[in-house]
Ligand binder design. Structure first.
Ligand code: ASP
Length: 365
């Protein structure tokens, strides 16, 4: 379906100093109607930091610091975004997403649930660093039970860069979050004109603006200067697990497999109290005999073991090269190690540790 055209796509200077703002009303010709009856959909923007909020730093020619500009000021600098939605912006954190943590995740859930319960919003946009965006998206997908669009957005270039991609990405995210056809599609990630689903999206390149891809499924849609298109009707829902009252989630370590590997990393994880271990295995989620034996012994001691792969795409299937039934392992299927870790922490927090039940949860799209 075609939506409003965007007339400008340049990165303007960051303006304004407001800590929070309500951005004004739009012409009805370009507005998304609010299901609650207002002229525009109401979109809550939650800022967490990241390169999208980054500012140049004198350290080196291309150096910058993440999370310096508030979400309110990012929005204030984008011409025409106020014609898409009634926007309110709040700051949840101001960090690079390499520092993303359970506390910020719990704060996001609390705020989004309150906004939904109070019927304050028709959509949510979360500005976020790209490094761990896929983990936050997948976490939210598994604990939020809502049809309203929740859209994560970031950028690869800081707000002060020539050709900053943040303003266009944020504009696109606003279009997705305010569109009725985005409802019921789970948590989405929008960058570089592309819409991805939380289960499949991965950061795949250190610097390119075309870094986010969904290798096993493809994107769920596209948003560009003239249109918003979803490719399929099928939504993904996630496991809808309960969140404990407060962080932290149970400790789950990722062990990265490599040539010449012994049991030491696995044994160390058990010693430091990991309740779960995700293997970022070679190939189809494999590892050396020493590491697999150590994982089997960890599983016998009650540590939940899930095999994923370090290769970046493809499914890890049960019992192919590794005897999962016999050793008490689960496999992550299409989930990469970092997402497999998020799900395992949530499962353990919900008391789900039996390998069969764990396996079922990984199969839930
Ligand atoms: N280190 C940054 C972050 O994840 C990178 C980015 O946002 O692109 O916050």
């Amino acid at each position: 379906m075609l939506h409003s055209l965007r007339s400008t796509r340049f990165a303007p200077a960051i303006v304004g100093l407001a800590a929070a703002l309500m951005i004004g009303l739009a012409s009805p010709a370009t507005a998304q109607q609010s299901p609650a009856g207002g002229a525009l959909a109401r979109v809550l923007v939650l800022g967490t930091g990241g390169t999208i909020a980054g500012q140049a730093n004198a350290r080196a020619g291309n150096a910058y610091d993440s999370g310096k500009v508030s979400a309110a000021n990012l929005i204030a600098a984008i011409p025409g975004i106020d014609q898409l939605a009634q926007i309110s912006a709040e700051q949840i954190s101001s960090i690079g997403s390499q520092d993303m943590n359970d506390k910020v995740w719990f704060d996001l859930v609390k705020r989004i649930r309150a906004a939904i319960d109070n019927k304050e919003v028709d959509g949510v946009v979360i500005t976020h660093g790209t490094d761990t965006m896929e983990e936050t998206a997948f976490f939210l997908q598994n604990v939020l039970d809502t049809d309203i669009p929740v859209v994560l957005v970031g950028s690869m270039r800081p707000s002060t860069a020539i050709g900053a991609d943040g303003p266009a990405n944020l504009y696109d995210a606003m279009r997705v979050a305010s569109a009725p056809e985005s409802r019921g599609r789970g948590v989405l990630v929008v960058l570089n004109d592309t819409i991805h689903g939380a289960r499949w999206v991965q950061k795949t390149n250190t610097t390119s603006v075309q870094t986010f891809r969904s290798p096993d499924a493809g994107p769920v849609g596209y948003v560009d200067t003239g249109s918003l298109r979803f490719l399929a009707a099928a939504p993904t829902k996630g496991a809808k697990l309960k969140l404990p009252d407060a962080p932290p989630l149970p400790r789950v370590d990722i062990i990265y497999s490599h040539a010449n590997m012994d049991a030491a990393e696995v044994e160390d994880a058990v010693k430091r109290g990991a309740k779960g271990i995700v293997l970022a295995g070679v190939g189809d989620g494999n590892s050396s005999k020493g590491a697999i034996d150590a994982l089997a012994s960890a599983a016998k001691q009650g540590v939940v073991v899930v095999r994923s792969t370090r290769v970046g795409s493809g499914y890890v299937n049960r019992n192919v090269e590794v005897e999962d039934d016999k050793l008490g392992f689960a496999v992550a299927l299409d989930l990469n190690p970092q997402k497999a870790r998020v799900l395992l922490a949530l499962l353990i927090a919900n008391g789900i540790t039996d390998p069969k039940a764990v396996q079922q949860a990984y199969a839930q799209p």
